[in-house]
Ligand binder design. Structure first.
Ligand SMILES: [Zn+2]
Length: 124
């Protein structure tokens, strides 16, 4: 029997979302070894709940990190590492430039983890 559907996996936590996707749709990250794929950068309800608690910092690269990796926007490839802090805490470092989602290159992401140690709400 031919497989016509694939199981969607949340990019942010790696757990199956329960959604089935027609196999002709191309994934944003392919996980052939598991028979799963990531078909969207939309967070699953659990990840969305954490992201809604404050400001989400996402580690990103300029080039693809995974097989068939598609950018979230031009030249921005999320690695899957992210953390959430309160808006007040983020403001200390982003002085008026705080947005709900902030993309950071790996060195900046690492730097911020050190700064925010103990105040991070959630890390994946
Ligand atoms: Zn998730």
């Amino acid at each position: 029997m031919y497989k016509t559907k694939n199981k969607n996996v949340c990019f942010w936590c790696g757990k199956p979302t329960g959604e089935e996707v027609v196999i002709s749709q191309s994934p944003i990250v392919n996980l052939p070894e598991t028979g799963h794929g990531v078909y969207s950068y939309d967070p699953c309800p659990e990840c969305q709940k954490h992201m809604d608690e404050g400001v989400t910092f996402m580690e990103t690269e300029k080039l693809p990190v995974y097989g068939d990796h598609k950018p979230i926007m031009g030249g921005v490839y999320p690695t899957g590492n992210w953390m959430v802090t309160s808006t007040a805490e983020a403001e200390k470092y982003f002085h008026g430039n705080t947005r709900k989602y902030i993309f950071l290159r790996p060195l900046d992401f690492e730097w911020l983890i050190d700064k925010l140690e103990g105040v991070v709400i959630d890390v994946s």
